[in-house]
Design a protein around this ligand. Structure first.
Ligand SMILES: [Zn+2]
Length: 210
């Protein structure tokens, strides 16, 4: 399908899984900024070397550099494209629009409180790193790993404070972004709650309408 699309959704919204399925069904070329960065660093390209400097210093790679990588990758790509991991802010969207016209921005509309609760119910094993979920995949004995008998704990990434901060950052950065796409008339909001298959069906219907 010949569409240039971005998928927007907060942490824990299942965006990664939905992206894979869209690529599979519609044959989009997926351009993932995370993959692009890793690839450029591995190949030692000029942009890759520059990016590595920032990453080694624990800094965010500047937008212009990421945009450069996307531009490079887009050369020679025909047909539909699904951008993954970019744009994440209004500034990035504007830079992108200079050379890549987004024809559809699908926004997964979720209940943040439900997602926060879900994300904070994960427990990991100290010994074997197996992951459990208090609601969807509970251990047989509370606090004990089914696989190795190790002690289960909550990773610092999964604590409510950290998860809430992640959502707050997401909302702060993407609210202006969705507004930008709304004004351009390309925003499609999709109900992102419920089973993965149902959410996917809603997204796919919207994409098919073009
Ligand atoms: Zn274990």
């Amino acid at each position: 399908m010949d569409l240039r699309i971005v998928l927007l959704g907060p942490p824990g919204s299942g965006k990664g899984t939905q992206t894979e399925r869209l690529v599979e069904e519609f044959g989009f070329t997926k351009i993932s900024t995370g993959d692009l960065l890793r690839e450029a660093v591995r190949n030692g390209t000029p942009l890759g070397k520059e990016a590595k400097g920032y990453m080694d210093a624990g800094k965010l790679v500047p937008d212009d550099l990421v945009v450069g990588l996307i531009k490079e990758k887009l050369e020679g790509v025909k047909g539909g494209v699904l951008l993954d991991g970019f744009p994440r802010s209004l500034e990035q969207a504007k830079k992108l629009e200079e050379f890549f016209h987004v024809e559809m921005a699908v926004d997964l509309d979720v209940d943040q409180e439900v997602l926060i609760k879900r994300l904070t119910e994960r427990r990991s094993c100290r010994k074997c790193n197996a992951v459990f979920h208090l609601e969807f995949n509970p251990p047989k004995v509370p606090g004990i790993c089914d696989k190795c008998g190790g002690e289960l704990y909550q990773r610092s990434d999964d604590t409510e404070k950290v998860v809430r901060e992640r959502f707050a950052t997401y909302t702060e950065r993407t609210a202006p972004l969705t507004e930008y796409y709304r004004q351009k008339g390309v925003l499609r909001s999709v109900d992102g709650m419920g089973p993965i298959d149902e959410v996917y069906k809603r997204i796919a219907d919207v994409v098919r309408e073009g």
